[in-house]
Ligand binder design. Structure first.
Ligand SMILES: [Zn+2]
Length: 620
């Protein structure tokens, strides 16, 4: 449709204004024509890719991801499933060996016509054939001519793919019967950024992609319905009322296939799904985004998917208001894949199960539109900025629309983090997502500890500053690749507090927070309190004192590293700001001009992730 073609004109709404001096990012413009054989699940494609080197470096090589190749016996992904202590239950089957239960890689059992593959031929740079080598899921390419800074080159290639039996995310015929979940399905240029090439083999974890525009033609059996990234350009040619144009063409009987033409402007991935039995509903919202829902025509799930639609709109409106406006005209919730996975302008999620499960996954995956798609951190290196911040927005949004609101909707994250610390298996958040010893510690640090980075940031700088930080972070870093320093620096600029110590201790170490009330002694009009710092990580402290008569007073001990004092978050209670506590001192003493006191609590909000809360409370 014409309306969408307009988006190809340089788009103000997609302009990036990353404030870091000299910030640059590479650019890709893909044109792909692909035809899918729905009998063999094999597909053929042609790709034309204009690659712009915005870096200050001359490039002599480039790398492509061939993600499909992971779904083959003996691939890196297979090896990882076999060697990790706690393999993902979706990728391993439980089998009995003697009287022991072991987990076997599902990939190891794939037959040749069930594996995934992506084969490349005819690879050229500006018409010149290129030397290249496939190493598992990575295509290594030597350039025919070096690519100078601030120049573009065109790569062209042909590809032959096979969609694997669904193991993880991408795949065919998943357990809910969705035929084609086409994520990470095409030769995808690896990202080159200020940290160099990011060309990791695919073991089913995180992604990092190049920003650009996708123009994709998909030719497929005419009985299939498609959804995915991008705006459909030819809704009036595909035989049903896809975009409510009111125009439905009758396809000639002998015509076997249709070509679906999508354009996805300014994204870093392109995903689609297809099924013969999709129901396709649309919800036109009053905030400028049309929500699409594609789900199987299965009587057991239809009501859940209908109920999901207004809630999805409510959530998106809350996300818009909390972080910043979703800039695309379309978002699609599609039944497919496994679990749930976020993609540009859409998500593929499992569609069966309870309504709460469906809503929760949708709330999570859609929140990734902000913290993954638009604020595209390198997920592999900083999974906590992707999964953690998404978990924060999901919890916040779900709580806002809940009938019964929780005081702390992030309580599960605190419990998860506490259990990880207790297990002794924590690794720092700077660990590359692929190289955690086990899956569980990875998950908890990414989702729970990453979420707590934000809830605790709110504890540090106060609610108003925190919400302003989220909005400014989005406004400043959208459509780029923000780094950990960027969220920290934004919070510093908004609040005026120094926070480098927080980023360092929380994300680069496994230091924990544990403050305790050591002694409380008093006589006459005076109570002397001695606090101790037991954990390595310093924090500012909010302390609530309740007196015998039930009246309350609060005390605030600034963390000197912050060079800053938080505003009283609870103006209903009188607050005294004490002298700062420098981290080098293991104890801190202060006086209360009243005796006796009934009880004293360090951090009554519970937002500080103190690993031992028992010693936070003194009771007379
Ligand atoms: Zn997620």
């Amino acid at each position: 449709m014409k309306k969408y073609l307009l988006l190809l004109i340089p788009f103000g709404i997609f302009a990036q204004n990353n404030p870091n001096p000299g910030y640059w990012q590479q650019k890709v413009d893909y044109k792909m024509d692909v035809s899918m054989d729905v009998k063999t699940y094999q597909y053929k494609g042609k790709q034309n890719l204009v690659y712009t080197n915005n870096s200050p470096d001359t490039l002599y090589r480039v790398y492509y991801h061939l993600f499909n190749n992971a779904f083959q016996p003996n691939s890196c992904m297979d090896a990882r499933i076999k060697s990790i202590k706690d393999p993902d239950g979706r990728m391993a089957t439980k089998v009995k060996v003697g009287d022991k239960e072991v987990k076997e890689s599902r990939i190891a059992a794939l037959k040749p016509n069930e594996i995934g593959f992506l084969k490349i031929s005819n690879l050229k740079q500006d018409g010149i054939e290129l030397k290249n080598k496939v190493v598992s899921t990575i295509l290594e390419v030597d350039l025919a001519k070096p690519l100078l800074p601030h120049t573009s080159t065109t790569f062209s290639l042909d590809f032959d793919g096979q969609v694997p039996i669904q193991i993880r995310r991408s795949g065919r015929n998943n357990k809910e019967g969705v035929e084609l979940s086409m994520s990470q399905w095409y030769p995808k240029m690896a990202e080159y950024d200020y940290e160099g090439w990011q060309a990791d083999p695919y073991i089913a974890r995180e992604f990092h992609g190049v920003w650009g525009n996708f123009d994709v033609n998909i030719t497929i059996d005419k009985n299939y319905i498609l959804g995915g990234s991008g705006y459909l350009q030819n809704g009036n040619q595909i035989g049903y009322n896809y975009q409510d144009t009111g125009v439905i063409v009758k396809l000639p009987k002998k015509q076997k296939t249709i070509t679906w033409h999508f354009i996805a402007p300014n994204v870093h991935d392109f995903t689609w799904a297809a099924d013969k039995n999709y129901i396709h509903d649309k919800l036109v919202t009053n905030f400028g985004t049309t929500l699409h829902f594609l789900y199987k025509n299965n009587p057991n799930i239809i009501q859940n998917w209908k109920n999901l639609q207004p809630k999805t709109a409510q959530l998106m409106e809350i996300y818009n208001k909390t972080v910043g406006k979703y800039p695309y005209e379309q978002y699609s919730v599609i039944q497919g894949g496994d679990g749930g996975m976020e993609y540009a302008m859409c998500t593929l999620i499992l569609g069966e199960g309870t309504f709460d499960g469906l809503l929760g996954v949708t709330a999570h995956e859609m929140a990734h539109s902000w913290f993954q798609h638009i604020l595209a951190s390198n997920e592999a290196k900083n999974s906590w900025m992707d999964e953690g911040f998404t978990t924060w927005l999901e919890n916040y949004g779900l709580n806002e629309i809940a009938d019964k609101k929780q005081e702390n909707p992030h309580a599960d994250s605190y419990a998860g983090y506490a259990s990880l610390v207790k297990s002794g298996k924590e690794q720092p958040q700077t660990t590359h997502a692929d190289r955690y010893d086990e899956n569980r510690p990875y998950s908890i640090q990414a989702y729970s500890k990453g979420n707590i980075f934000l809830t605790q940031l709110e504890y540090l700088i106060g609610k108003e500053n925190f919400i302003k930080t989220l909005k400014r972070y989005y406004a400043d870093y959208k459509f780029t690749h923000p780094t950990p320093n960027d969220i920290k620096h934004t919070a510093e600029k908004v609040s005026g507090a120094n926070l480098d110590w927080y980023l360092t201790d929380w994300t680069k170490t496994t230091n924990t927070i544990d403050y305790g009330i050591k002694t409380v002694e008093g006589s006459g009009e005076n109570t002397k309190v001695i606090l101790e710092r037991i954990g390595r990580m310093p924090m500012p402290l909010d302390i609530l004192v309740t007196y015998e008569d039930g009246s309350q007073e609060s005390f605030y001990i600034p963390q000197t590293l912050m060079r800053w004092t938080k505003e009283n978050q609870n103006p209903g209670i009188k607050r005294t700001v004490l002298e700062g506590w420098d981290w080098a001192y293991p104890t801190f003493e202060f006086n209360i001009n009243k005796y006796p006191v009934k009880n004293i609590t360090i951090d009554p909000s519970g937002f500080m992730a103190d690993v031992n809360r028992e010693n936070n409370v003194f009771k007379k």
